[in-house]
Design a protein around this ligand. Structure first.
Ligand code: NAD
Length: 501
């Protein structure tokens, strides 16, 4: 049994609230550690440390800040496997997928290492005779990141790399389900040369989140998690005068046109629906074949592959998919699958009782892959996010009917279309009301130099994660209008300055 506490001012600080949460190994069901849950007073003390560090870090030269990010990139490459192993043991995703989690995060560090270029302001000379105008991007101060369980390396790095490169200090409140990797990231930042107090971790629950969303010293809150909490964080933080971006849940559709390459479709769906046991906000959870023949072919091709999915301990190199994160989440996913059956959809493959076959790991939180056909848009199991290893098939008869589904769905995170027809793809890309779209690409997660974000109930606030949107989120613009004595005098002016001179 190990314990995770807080990381403050460059060192681990023991929690004093007396409250702890359990840390499980989802592959075995064993309770392997506990995490301290901070009290309001402890969170306030951490904010104080971060606040004190703002002046020095905010005025550190941009090249020095960039070098810390460059160092961090090298350290993260070196530590990648250690981070992935710790990640896998608390989350349950297979080791190779956990390496990908770290990789996608360190790519944001690579992006943020270019901060001198990214943060450049704008300049116009002689906007009026003898007058120059320029704008610059200034850090906000202390900013907070509140992150979900499903990407414990990538999402803290999405936020902290851009925030810190922009000159802010950062308080991370990671998921209490897998707190070890965020604490390891704190060590990486320190080794990279980041001054103490710039990157801090507070472990906790609602009490920590509420304190971060209301304390006046926190200037911005970035949140990623489920939609109800995203909405709550967005409304609380903005009501307290903070900038906020809050990413929520998803239900991602993949359209399959009759002309699609069905081998490619089947490969794409197996990875995108069942990878990470479906616990990805960009997982494809709904397949939408157009035409009954396309649907029949799809089911025929997917059935044996879903039945043959290799589910196993997350560190088993042969496993393609590990367990779900907790026993509660396993029960929640199973309840949604029961609901899907009660609502009249048909199981082609039923993964509900899979964990009984996990000899030696019967206490792990496993489910097999489920493939569910004849799902209709009025079903609650279709409307809500399941976040497990299941793929629902909604059969449609036309492109219009299919393309309308992701558009009218409450969520709007990702979607994809498989077709050989450029016109159809282009029409879909332009018309669909979803934030991230793939064309013959199942999981269209933007790379670090573009921005990540969904639409509708998948994101609240109007700036995305990383890319230039991240730089804008973590900075405020100051615009300067300057004139040096030139001997030109226009006398006192009582009207608003205009461009007549
Ligand atoms: P969650 O909403 O339960 O937790 C996210 C964070 O909020 C955690 O740090 C948690 O401690 C905190 N939290 C939980 N309940 C709270 C409460 N009542 N009040 C205040 N704070 C609270 O989400 P999760 O289960 O950790 O993550 C899975 C969810 O995240 C899924 O819905 C998934 O789609 C979503 N997600 C979205 C994206 C995206 O970019 N859109 C990315 C990854 C995950």
């Amino acid at each position: 049994m190990y314990e995770r506490h807080h990381y403050v001012g460059g060192k681990v600080v023991e929690g004093t609230s007396g409250r702890f949460g359990p840390i499980f190994n989802p592959s075995t069901g064993e309770e392997q550690g506990r995490v301290a849950l901070a009290s309001k007073a402890e969170v306030e003390a951490i904010i104080e440390v971060a606040d004190k560090a703002t002046e020095e870090w905010g005025t550190t030269s941009v090249v020095k800040r960039a070098r810390v990010l460059q160092n961090l990139v090298h350290i993260l490459y070196r530590e990648k496997d250690k981070l992935a192993e710790a990640l896998s043991s608390e989350h349950g995703k297979v080791f190779s997928d956990a390496q990908g989690d770290v990789q996608r995060g360190l790519e944001v560090a690579e992006f943020a290492a270019g901060i001198p270029h990214l943060i450049k302001g704008e300049y116009n000379d002689n906007v009026s005779t003898g007058i120059d105008m320029y704008s610059m991007r200034k850090p906000l101060g202390v900013v907070a990141g509140i992150t979900p369980f499903n990407f414990p390396a990538m999402i803290p790095l999405w936020m902290s790399c851009v925030a810190i490169a922009c000159g802010n200090t950062f308080v991370l409140k990671p998921s209490e389900k897998d707190p070890t990797v965020p604490m390891m990231l704190a060590d990486c930042w320190k080794e990279a040369g980041l001054p103490d107090g710039v990157f801090n971790v507070v472990n906790g629950d609602k009490e920590s989140v509420d304190t971060l969303c209301t304390d006046p010293r926190i200037k911005a809150v970035s949140f990623v998690g489920s939609t109800p909490i995203a909405q709550y964080v967005y409304s609380t933080a903005t009501a307290h005068g903070k900038r906020c971006q809050a990413m929520g849940g998803a239900k991602n559709h993949m359209l399959i046109m009759p002309d699609a390459d069905m081998e490619q479709v089947s490969d794409a769906l197996i990875g995108a629906a069942y990878g990470s046991a479906g616990e990805r906000c960009m997982a494809i959870s709904v397949a939408v074949p157009v035409g009954q023949a396309t649907a029949d072919k799809l089911v025929e091709m997917l059935k044996p592959r879903v039945e043959a999915l290799k589910v196993g301990h997350s560190m088993d190199p042969a496993a393609e998919m590990g367990p779900l994160v907790t026993k509660e989440h396993q029960a929640k996913v199973r309840a949604y699958l029961d609901l899907a059956e009660q609502e009249g959809s048909k199981f082609v493959v039923d993964g509900r009782d899979f964990n009984y076959s996990m000899q030696g790991y019967e206490n792990g939180y496993y489910l097999g892959g489920s493939l569910i056909d004849h799902v209709t848009p009025d079903m609650r199991s279709y409307k809500e996010e399941i976040f497990g290893p299941s793929l629902q098939i909604v059969r449609t008869n036309s492109f219009d009917e299919a393309a309308n589904l992701p558009t009218i769905h409450e969520f709007g995170n990702g979607t994809s279309i498989y077709t050989r027809d450029g016109d159809t793809a282009r029409e879909f890309v332009n018309r669909v009301e979803v934030g991230m779209v793939g064309v013959n690409v199942p999981i269209p997660v933007p790379l670090a130099f573009h921005s990540f974000g969904g639409w509708k109930a998948s994101a609240f606030g109007d700036t995305n994660q990383h890319g230039m949107e991240g730089v804008r989120f973590y900075t405020k613009t100051k615009t300067v209008t300057s004139r040096w004595p030139t001997g030109i005098r226009s006398g006192a002016e009582f009207v608003i300055p205009t461009l007549n001179s």
